[in-house]
Design a protein around this ligand. Structure first.
Ligand code: AMP
Length: 280
């Protein structure tokens, strides 16, 4: 496995713009990330993983500085997956004197875009840069960050990028909590409470009937979340049910209805989602 720390080094090694499977990450890897890497390894001759904590996707007061990092551990985990190239650029290499960014004029004010202004501009810009560096044939993203996956697909379609985007199902802890690098922030009491996100996804599935009124269902689920946690420990940021193919609101539920939840467990913001007709 080759570890490369600058675009210049990639160029010298002849590793830019060649057909590969590509997995962008911010590191502090867990089984969720590794499921993407393994999938890429099984579907491509060469797999490249990037590790870059992208400053432009963090807002003021968010956790950019304290975002967990452990490159040595990441490298040993990646070594075992059969990954071929790990790209770990410096911020100065990705953003020196940048004036052009990738943004969206829709979807920026809903879900995580509403809670984190500028977040997706940062995500799309860095993923666009990484796509241009590697020109991968396929790129792998987790459904855990469903809105991100949706917007990357939209970017690829709208900007006519030549990469196939593959979405990979959410990997969870035994109790159902979606794996996330940020779970490390949770102390024991908050970790116990955090499972309410998963339970609410399950609840939505158990309540699901085709054609039911979405606003009533949302109200039931918000109440379920409120009642299912010790007071004040989990604060819902948003709970929305949208059409998973368009991220648009619908009045009535159907097989495309997807529940999206973001909640603060203490200071830690967690997200999760699932299709409510299919369940988990
Ligand atoms: P991150 O390092 O958080 O930027 O995540 C890198 C990639 O891993 C993104 O495509 C995420 O959606 C994906 N990912 C993160 N957590 C999970 C998970 N629990 N299951 C599947 N994919 C995940």
């Amino acid at each position: 496995m080759k570890v490369i720390r600058s675009v210049k080094e990639l160029e010298e090694e002849g590793l830019t713009c060649f057909s590969c499977g590509f997995v962008p990450t911010m590191g502090f890897l867990h089984e969720g990330h590794l499921s993407l890497v393994r999938r890429s390894v099984s579907e491509n001759n060469t797999t490249c993983v990037s590790i870059f904590v992208n400053p432009s996707q963090f807002g003021p007061g968010e956790d950019f500085e304290k975002y967990p990092r452990d490159i040595e551990r990441d490298l040993s985990l990646l070594e075992e997956t059969g990954c071929d190239i790990v790209f770990i650029p410096e911020t100065s290499d990705m953003y020196s004197d940048s004036a052009v960014y990738v943004d969206t004029d829709r979807y920026h004010d809903i879900l995580c875009g509403g809670s984190r202004p500028g977040h997706f501009r940062g995500v799309l810009t860095v993923v666009g840069k990484l796509f241009n560096i590697f020109c991968p044939s396929r790129a792998y993203f987790g459904e855990k960050d469903y809105q991100q996956l949706f917007l990357i697909r939209k970017m690829v379609t709208d900007l006519k990028m030549r990469v196939e985007v593959r979405g990979i199902p959410v990997v969870r802890e035994k109790d159902g909590l979606a794996l996330s690098s940020r779970n490390i922030y949770l102390d024991r009491p908050h970790r116990e409470q955090a499972v309410i996100l998963y339970k609410t996804l399950q609840k939505a599935h158990s309540l699901y009937r085709k054609g039911q009124d979405i606003s009533t269902l949302k109200a039931q689920l918000k109440e379920y979340m409120r009642n299912g946690t010790d007071s004040g420990m989990v604060k819902t940021d948003y709970l929305e049910i949208l059409d998973e193919n368009s991220l648009e609101y619908r009045n009535k539920s159907d097989s495309n209805s997807r529940l999206f939840i973001a909640a603060f467990c203490g200071d830690t913001r967690l997200i999760d989602n699932s299709n409510i007709s299919e369940g988990l």
